[in-house]
Design a protein around this ligand. Structure first.
Ligand code: AMP
Length: 302
């Protein structure tokens, strides 16, 4: 199986109650690829500017991450800055500068065209669709993530893209914003009408909820004593989830449930430090150990 992701590769400035960083490597595709590469090889489609140097690329090296679809263009790399509330549950976006992404018109490298799993990471819905169109045949699984910026600013494009998607992964506010429904089960019914047949609602410190037409599954967030920076938790969740699914090659209920756990495992590492720092260092054995702890955390007898 082969997994392709399109999304932002960015510089982020982040402020949380536990500190701040001015310009760190971020972007949905960065978190996604780093998380997914522990499970399966990942092909990245994105664009960076001439301020994106070799030292920034270095973090992706030595992993199963193919960067032949990472275009370099004249101009500045996507820049995002945000600030978290005292309890870290709310985030205010201070700046979104699309920069080189504004005119990005990706052409997939030939070896990417046979991708069986495609993740349309958080970026302009039109771009997501253009990537999907280029993939040869019908991919086995197509997932999509988006955020308020696109739900507000590119709603009809997003709806068009969603028609081709099986799995939608968004957070609870975005789910409500997209569907106009407060109740997540009602929201799922609306999402099913838009195209996706599986809705995954990412709920920050409350974990994630999967609504499938035949079953519902909920996974907690791993209990941590200290969360330093929640940025990228959702993208890391999606990377663990899709990476595991691609490695299994199945969409069975069992595979989907385990994928939810691996998503939550990867998200839990990301929030332990600023940016991609912890995610980039995590070892296979730590991932396995945390997945076992999830199993104990949620086990009970009836
Ligand atoms: P998450 O915390 O999982 O929602 O993802 C945070 C990442 O998304 C950051 O690294 C940002 O660079 C990136 N990001 C923020 N806003 C956007 C946007 N409008 N489009 C694409 N990526 C974004």
């Amino acid at each position: 199986m082969s997994l392709l992701v399109v999304g932002s590769v960015a510089f982020d400035a982040i402020e949380t109650p536990l500190g701040k960083v001015d310009r760190t490597l971020g972007g949905a595709a960065s978190y996604f690829a780093l998380a997914a590469s522990h499970f399966t090889p990942v092909r990245v489609v994105a664009i960076v500017g001439d301020d994106f140097k070799d030292e920034h690329k270095a973090i992706f090296r030595g992993r199963k991450i193919d960067l032949s679809g990472l275009e370099h263009a004249a101009g500045k790399t996507f820049f995002w800055s945000g600030r978290y509330s005292q309890n870290m549950n709310e985030r205010t976006t201070l700046t979104t500068e699309l920069n080189v992404f504004a005119d990005f018109n990706p052409t997939l490298p030939e070896p990417y065209l046979n991708s069986s799993h495609v993740f349309l990471g958080n970026i302009a819905p039109k771009l997501q669709r253009s990537v999907l169109k280029q993939v040869r045949g019908k991919p086995k699984v197509v997932g999509l993530d988006t955020m308020n910026y696109w739900i507000d600013g590119a709603n009809s494009d997003l709806r068009e893209t969603l028609k081709h998607v099986q799995i939608l992964t968004i957070n609870d506010d975005e789910t409500r914003q997209l569907t106009g429904e407060h109740n997540l089960l009602h929201a799922a019914k609306q999402v099913f009408k838009m195209g996706p047949k599986i809705l995954i609602v990412k709920r920050g410190e409350y974990g994630a909820l999967m609504v499938h037409p035949n079953f519902i599954f909920s996974v907690p967030a791993f209990p941590l004593e200290e969360v330093k920076d929640p940025t990228g938790a959702g993208d890391s969740f999606a990377g663990g989830f899709m990476g595991y699914l691609a490695s299994e090659g199945s969409l069975s209920e069992h595979a989907l449930r385990r994928a939810m756990v691996y998503g939550s495992v990867m998200g839990s590492f990301t929030v332990e430090s600023f940016g991609v720092e912890r995610l980039a260092k995590v070892k296979r054995a730590e991932i396995r150990a945390r997945a076992r702890r999830f199993s104990k955390l949620t086990a009970f007898k009836l």
